[in-house]
Design a binder for this molecule. Structure first.
Ligand SMILES: Cc1cc2nc3c(=O)[nH]c(=O)nc-3n(C[C@H](O)[C@H](O)[C@H](O)COP(=O)(O)OP(=O)(O)OC[C@H]3O[C@@H](n4cnc5c(N)ncnc54)[C@H](O)[C@@H]3O)c2cc1C
Ligand SMILES: NC(=O)c1ccc[n+]([C@@H]2O[C@H](COP(=O)([O-])OP(=O)(O)OC[C@H]3O[C@@H](n4cnc5c(N)ncnc54)[C@H](OP(=O)(O)O)[C@@H]3O)[C@@H](O)[C@H]2O)c1
Length: 527
C-alpha cells in the first residue's frame, strides 16, 4: 500500500486494466496496487500462471532458471524446492504471491480481451471489450470496461505455431495424431505408450518432450527432427552451475550491448579485451562440445556461441544425450516433407526432406509460438510492429505512439520473473509521470530507433521473439530501469541478479502517493 506523507507529491489515482494473469500480470498488478491504483486483471483461462498453468505446459516441465533467479524480489522460493523447480512448484509459488499481495480479488477469469478502442467520452484511456465465459453456459457474454491505462501482459509464448504438411489429414484419418507441444499432456499420454513418436523442432520444448516420451511414457521409438544445430547450455558447465556463468556482469559485458562505450578510454579497453573475449567464447564452445559430445552427434553449431546468446538459447534437457546414446531418441537433422499412409496395410509414414522415410504414429510439433496481439487495433499494430516483426518499444515497455498502453514481460530474459517485476515498477512511475529521467516523446523515438538498429546490425540474436528479449544484458537493462526511476540505493551487482537486492533498489526510488479518488469519472463498468 502507498504511504502518504505531507512532503510527498500526490498523483491522481488511476484505473488500470491488465491483460493476462501470468508472471507479468501478477508483477504488474502488485506494482500498481501497491502504489495505490485500482487494478483489474483479465485472464482468459480459469487460473493464474500463464505458461505454468497446467493446461498450457507439459508433464515433467521444470524451470530453466535456477530458483533464486526465477522469483519476485519480496518472495523467495521455498527452501525445500530443488534448484530447478517443477512447473507445479512454480505454480504453487505464484499462488503464494497472489495470497501475499491479496491479488485474488482483482482477477476476472475466463475473460478474453477481444478488442480495445479509445474512450469516446473525452477522457484519455481505453475501453476494453471482454468476452466472458462462466464455464457453465456455452455462450460467452460480451461487455466493455473503461480504463485510464492498459498493461499488456499476454506473454511471448501464448499462441502455438502449428504447421500443416501435405498428407496430414490422411495421416490423421488413418489414426495418426498430430499435435502442438502445448497439447502434450499427462492425461493423454497413453497415446504415446508403445508408439512411434516424432518430435518436430530442435529447441527446449522439443527435447523436453522427446526425453519425456522416451523415458517416462514408454514410447517405442522417438525421433527428433530438427533443422539447425544450436548451442545448448547444461545446468552444470564443467561442474559449475550455469548461473555463475551466463548471468554474471563480467560475462554480459563481453557481448556487444545496445549501449556503446561512452568514453575513448572505455572504447580502448573494449578493443584491448577483444582477443581475450574471443578466446573465452572459443573455450566455452570447446567445453560444451566435449561435455555433450556434440561432434559425435553431428550437432556442433555453425554459429559462434557469442552470436547466439538470447532468450532462444535453451538449457540441455537432462537425459537427452543419454537417450541419443541408448538409441531411444534418434536425432535427424531434417524436417518433414509430407505424410504418407500405405493403402494396403494402413502403415503411417513420414517422408523427410533428406529423402528418408520413417514410420510414425504421433507427431508432436514443438515448433514454437506466434507472437500476436489480436485485440490491438490494426493502426496501433502498424505503429508497434515493424515489417520484420520487431517491436518498437522504449525500455521494452512503451511506445509513445500508443498512449496509455504499456507492455510487461516483453523484456523476456533468463530471469523473467525479476525482469517483469523490474519493468512493472518502472511502468507505474512512467504512468504517474514520476520517472526521475522521464524522456520526451522525441527522445524515446530516437532510443527505439537506436535499439532496432542495434538488433538488426550489431546483435541479430536479439531479434528473437519479436526482439522482446533482454538476455544476456540483464544487468544493463536493470541499471537503466534503476537510473530512470531514480533509485538512491544502487549496487552495481557483479554476481548473478540478486532479486532481494534489486527489491531494495526499487524501494529506494523517490516516494510519492496517489490520491484517494480515481482521476476521472469513469464510464460505467459494464457499458
Ligand atoms: C514452457 C516454458 C518454460 C519457461 N521457462 C522459463 C524459465 O525457466 N526461465 C525464464 O526466465 N523464462 C522461462 N520461460 C519464459 C516465460 O515466458 C516467462 O518466464 C514468464 O512465465 C512469462 O510470463 P508472462 O506473464 O509474460 O506470459 P505468459 O505466462 O504467457 O502469460 C500470459 C497470459 O496472458 C493470457 N492472455 C493472453 N491473451 C489474452 C487475452 N486476449 N485476454 C485475456 N488473457 C489473455 C494467457 O492466457 C496467459 O495466462 C518459459 C516459457 C515457456 C513457454
Ligand atoms: N523451462 C523450460 O524447461 C522450458 C521448456 C520449454 C520452453 N521453454 C522456453 O520457452 C520458449 C519457447 O521454446 P519452444 O521450444 O517452445 O519454442 P522455440 O524456442 O521457438 O523453438 C521452436 C523450434 O521449432 C523449430 N521450427 C519452427 N518452425 C519450424 C518448421 N516449420 N519446421 C521445422 N522446425 C520448425 C525451430 O527451428 P529453428 O530454430 O530452425 O527456427 C525451433 O527449433 C523458449 O524461450 C524456451 O527456452 C522453457
Amino acid at each position: 500500500m502507498s504511504h502518504q506523507s505531507q512532503s510527498e507529491p500526490i498523483v491522481p489515482k488511476k484505473r488500470i486494466g491488465i491483460i493476462g494473469g501470468g508472471v507479468s500480470g501478477l508483477a504488474s498488478a502488485k506494482s500498481f496496487q501497491a502504489q495505490g491504483h485500482s487494478v483489474t486483471i483479465f485472464e482468459r483461462s480459469t487460473t493464474i500462471g500463464g505458461v505454468w498453468n497446467p493446461t498450457r505446459s507439459y508433464p515433467g516441465i521444470k524451470t530453466q532458471s535456477p530458483k533464486d533467479l526465477y522469483r519476485f524480489t519480496d518472495l523467495c522460493m521455498p527452501e525445500e524446492y530443488p534448484e530447478w523447480p517443477s512447473g507445479g512448484q512454480v505454480l504453487e509459488y505464484l499462488h503464494t504471491y497472489v495470497e501475499k499481495h491479496e491479488l485474488g480479488s482483482v482477477f476476472r477469469f475466463g475473460a478474453i480481451v477481444t478488442n480495445m478502442e479509445k474512450r469516446m467520452d473525452g477522457k484519455s484511456g481505453w475501453v476494453l471489450t471482454i468476452s466472458q465465459s462462466n464455464g457453465r453456459e456455452p455462450k460467452a457474454q460480451s461487455y466493455k470496461m473503461a480504463f485510464d491505462f492498459i498493461v499488456v501482459c499476454t506473454g511471448t509464448f501464448t499462441n502455438p505455431k502449428t504447421i500443416v504438411h501435405p498428407g496430414q489429414s490422411e495421416f490423421i484419418e488413418a489414426g495418426g495424431i498430430v499435435k502442438h507441444s502445448s497439447e502434450y499432456k499427462d492425461t493423454t499420454n497413453d497415446e504415446v505408450i508403445g508408439k512411434r513418436v516424432v518430435v518436430l523442432g530442435g529447441s527446449k520444448s522439443s527435447t523436453d518432450i522427446a526425453v519425456h516420451a522416451a523415458n517416462q511414457r514408454g514410447a517405442h521409438q522417438v525421433t527428433m527432427l530438427y533443422r539447425r544445430n544450436i548451442w545448448r547450455i547444461p545446468y552444470f558447465v564443467a561442474g559449475i552451475n550455469f548461473k555463475h556463468l551466463l548471468f554474471m556482469r563480467a560475462q554480459e559485458v563481453q557481448f556487444p550491448s545496445w549501449k556503446a562505450p561512452a568514453s575513448i578510454f572505455s572504447k580502448l579497453i573494449a578493443l584491448m579485451a577483444m582477443p581475450l573475449i574471443w578466446l573465452n567464447f572459443r573455450m566455452l564452445e570447446c567445453v560444451l562440445s566435449f561435455q555433450l559430445g556434440l561432434k559425435k552427434w553431428g550437432m556442433v553449431p555453425k554459429e559462434r556461441i557469442d552470436d547466439s546468446v538470447s532468450c532462444g538459447l535453451p538449457s540441455v534437457t537432462e537425459g537427452l544425450f543419454e537417450c541419443f546414446e541408448t538409441g531411444c531418441i534418434k536425432p535427424i537433422n531434417t524436417t518433414i516433407k509430407c505424410y504418407r499412409v500405405n493403402d494396403n496395410d494402413g502403415t503411417k509414414y513420414l517422408v523427410l526432406n533428406n529423402g528418408e522415410t520413417i514410420k510414425a504414429d504421433i507427431v508432436i510439433q514443438a515448433t514454437g509460438w506466434i507472437l500476436d496481439l489480436p485485440f490491438l487495433p490494426d493502426n496501433l499494430k502498424e505503429k508497434l510492429i515493424d515489417n520484420d516483426g520487431l517491436y518498437r518499444l522504449f525500455r521494452f515497455a512503451v511506445n509513445p505512439e500508443l498512449p496509455n498502453i504499456g507492455f510487461v514481460g516483453f523484456n523476456s530474459s533468463f530471469c523473467s520473473v525479476l525482469s517483469s517485476e523490474m519493468i512493472a515498477n518502472w511502468l507505474v512511475k512512467y504512468v504517474d509521470g514520476m520517472l526521475v529521467d522521464q524522456k520526451s516523446t522525441e527522445e524515446m523515438e530516437v532510443e527505439i530507433e537506436k535499439l532496432l538498429e542495434w538488433k538488426r546490425k550489431v546483435y541479430p540474436p536479439a531479434k528473437v521473439y519479436g526482439g522482446n528479449c533482454v538476455a544476456p544484458f540483464h544487468h544493463l537493462h536493470f541499471d537503466e530501469i534503476l537510473h530512470d526511476i531514480g533509485a538512491r540505493k544502487y549496487k552495481a551487482m557483479f554476481s548473478y541478479p540478486d532479486a532481494e537486492a534489486y527489491g531494495e533498489c526499487l524501494e529506494s526510488a523517490p516516494k510519492y502517493s496517489v490520491g484517494k479518488q480515481t482521476a476521472d469519472v469513469f464510464l460505467d463498468d459494464i457499458l
